[in-house]
Design a protein around this ligand. Structure first.
Ligand code: PLP
Length: 376
């Protein structure tokens, strides 16, 4: 098997699995006052510290959720509603993940006004467009750090300085789900107020995510219940999932040179050896963990299954929309034509991906695309 679908999800690491298994013994409720509960609470604190150290923030700013989707929703609804009296204008981009876009669409239906910014042909949102969009009534700007379909890095770290004169009441949120563990995410240096991360993208488990919240006064909870996590995200914590998240975070080594070498090698071989392809997204601003390629004249889904039959696992668009074949909203926002959108396949790498595997994948892609084209 050659697994090139790491942007959809990653294989849990041994350390993450071991951390998850430890709750077989340490099964107490972290809110219980006895020793078993205290041990679970202490272990959660350690996981929090491991994650916080990779984000360069205080562990007190980390709140666990059921995943990136819930984290994005909590921050977007939470900030928009908590800051309503300061303004009802919000800014995001057309290339965000559905867990961001759909939350903003809901807020629009509730009376908020939302600006959705375009991306350029390279898949990048422009900082001047962000600056031009904000007003003194803008309360939230939400721009992802790395796009899940193209790997393109957005100019998130420039937003605060560019807008602070105009939009004094605006907070900056970044969906860092595809950035965390792949490129350096330093919330202080990037001047973020809020950030989202997800465990299953960094070799831990599905169903666990976290929010970085710089100051809880500016966000209201999405769900209500007990006093866990200061009432901001109540509910008994997913201890095993959180411990695995902490262990996976501790293991993060953002080896940008390795990823760059993998992506360049794979890209150059495809360009030189497979006819009629287009590479989508900037090379200059890329996490290098994703290569999005349009195989012109080939339906991406057909190629996906042909590759799968040979043991190569890839995606057509983002995973959550891949069961309802729709044109990728990201590639459409980048101005790609129908042929480019219809034939787009996403290859995504992890620290475990090797040049050898990519070379094998190239040979399979060469023969499968040639065969599909012969029969068309
Ligand atoms: C950019 C981005 N944001 C948010 C999510 C949602 O995260 P989760 O699967 O943990 O809900 C994903 C998952 O694909 C993603 O790629």
């Amino acid at each position: 098997m050659i697994y090139l679908d790491n942007a959809a999800t990653t294989k849990p690491s041994k350390n993450a699995v071991d951390a998850m298994m430890s709750v077989g013994e340490m099964f107490g409720n972290p809110s219980s006052l006895h020793g078993l509960g205290l041990a679970a609470e202490k272990a959660i604190k350690e996981a929090k510290a491991q994650i916080a150290s990779k984000l360069n923030c205080s562990p007190n700013c980390i709140y666990f959720t059921s995943g990136g989707t819930e984290a994005n929703n909590t921050i977007i609804f939470g900030v928009a509603n908590a800051r309503k009296k300061w303004g009802t204008h919000l800014v995001t981009s057309k290339i965000e993940h559905p867990s961001v876009l759909e939350a903003f669409k809901r807020l629009e239906r509730e009376g908020f006004s939302v600006t959705y910014l375009d991306a350029d042909n390279d898949g990048r949102v422009s900082i001047s467009d962000i600056k031009n969009a904000v007003t003194d009534k803008t309360t939230l700007i939400s721009i992802m750090y790395v796009n899940n379909e193209t790997g393109v890095i957005q100019p998130v770290d420039m937003i605060k300085d560019e807008i602070s004169d105009i939009a004094k009441n605006a907070f900056i949120h970044s969906d860092c789900v595809q950035a965390f563990g792949k490129i350096n995410v330093n919330v202080k240096k990037m001047k973020l107020d809020f950030a989202t991360i997800s465990a299953h993208k960094i070799h831990a488990f599905k169903g666990v995510g976290a929010m970085y919240i710089s100051d809880t006064r500016y966000v209201s909870p999405l769900i209500y219940g007990g006093e866990q996590q200061s009432g901001l995200r109540p509910g008994t914590e997913n201890v095993g999932g959180i411990l695995a998240f902490g262990a996976a975070a501790k293991d993060i080594k953002t080896d940008t040179q390795k990823f760059k070498a993998l992506r360049e090698h794979f890209k150059n071989r495809l360009i030189n050896e497979v006819p009629d392809i287009v590479i989508n997204g900037s090379d200059e601003f890329n996490s290098n963990t994703v290569l999005n390629v349009s195989f012109l004249g080939i339906k991406a889904e057909i190629l996906l299954h042909a590759l799968e039959a040979k043991g190569v696992y890839v995606s057509t668009g983002s995973a959550c929309s891949s069961h309802k074949p729709q044109p990728s909203h990201v590639l459409v926002a980048m101005g790609k034509n129908d042929k480019e959108v219809g034939g787009a396949v996403r290859f995504s790498f992890s620290y475990a991906t090797s040049i050898l595997e990519l070379d094998e994948a190239v040979e399979i892609i060469k023969s499968e695309t040639a065969m599909i084209r012969r029969f068309m």
